[in-house]
Design a protein around this ligand. Structure first.
Ligand SMILES: Nc1ncnc2c1ncn2[C@@H]1O[C@H](COP(=O)(O)OP(=O)(O)OP(=O)(O)O)[C@@H](O)[C@H]1O
Length: 266
């Protein structure tokens, strides 16, 4: 990976809001994340985690404020970002091999018509080795287990040597072994100076792999946009108070405390 750190960090949001078709779904975002940090994006369903991730990719609309990604506009930064979408947005029925799926990650930066060449093929092999799936390269993607598919998509995100990785709920549905492997990989990616932003419902995962946390809460009334409940270094920002604010009327665990909040929202 090239080692060019940006003065304004991996991500700078100033009063940013994101949404779709002019309707804001998450708002009030002001933060700077340095390169090499790992940010856990935590919040209940509908608080806008995926919308923020899509906004960073330039795929959700910036409806207010400013957003700089790796010192660029989100649209320009996209070719430097590797992204792992939520598992339920993938099509596992495509008649393609795992190697072909991972190769697709190269087209983002090179265009689909340019041959990938020896270097590209070597990058695909390295990405597959990195996620422990080199032996499965020729398998049909749809025949792999859920955890293997997840790792395959992660290899697709890694193949273009991205400086920023966006992982949307990557731990959902993983067994213990796959989960540990993914945690290790997130730590390794950070150690290489890459920035990782990972959305999760799981506070334990955030504590195990991340340096920073952004807690998002749902809007005050149905239909209102989500907003930040806390942002900062993980050990400062991940407090019971902030978690309770973000997760109204759900049960969460933090540092072996089980928190059940009581506010009725509807
Ligand atoms: N493509 C879209 N077009 C319009 N509205 C959308 C779209 N995607 C999401 N939304 C809406 O934006 C709001 C935030 O959804 P989002 O998926 O970002 O939340 P989330 O925190 O990621 O939730 P989850 O944990 O369930 O994935 C929701 O009200 C959702 O209905």
């Amino acid at each position: 990976m090239t080692n060019r750190a940006h003065a304004d960090g991996a991500l700078t949001l100033s009063g940013a809001a994101f949404g779709y078709a002019g309707i804001t779904r998450v708002e009030g975002l002001t933060l700077t994340l340095d390169e090499g940090a790992a940010l856990a994006l935590i919040g209940p369903n509908g608080s806008g985690k995926s919308t923020l991730l899509r906004g960073i990719l330039g795929l959700a609309q910036l409806t207010a404020g400013e957003a700089r990604v790796l010192g660029m506009s989100p649209e320009h930064a996209r070719s430097h970002i590797g992204s792992l979408p939520q598992a339920d947005t993938r099509d596992a029925s495509l008649p393609v091999t795992l190697r072909q799926v991972v190769t697709m990650g190269l087209y983002r930066s090179r265009g689909a018509l340019r041959p990938i060449g020896r270097e590209g093929r070597a990058a695909v092999t390295r990405a597959l080795e990195r996620v422990g799936l080199a032996a499965f390269a020729g398998r049909r993607f749809g025949e792999l287990s859920g955890g293997q598919q997840q790792r395959g998509i992660l290899a697709r995100a890694l193949v273009s040597d991205p400086r920023l990785l966006l992982l949307d709920e990557p731990f959902n549905g993983l067994d213990r072994e796959n989960r540990e492997a993914l945690l290790r990989l997130v730590r390794e990616l950070r150690a290489e100076g890459r920035t990782v932003i990972v959305s999760t419902h799981d506070l334990e995962i955030a504590q195990a792999a991340c340096t920073h946390v952004l807690l998002l809460a749902t809007g005050h009334a149905p239909g209102e946009p989500g907003h930040p409940a806390a942002f900062g270094p993980l050990d400062e920002a991940l407090t019971l108070d902030a978690v309770q604010h973000a997760f109204q009327d759900t049960t969460v665990e933090l540092d072996h405390h089980t928190v059940t909040t009581t506010r009725e929202t509807e």
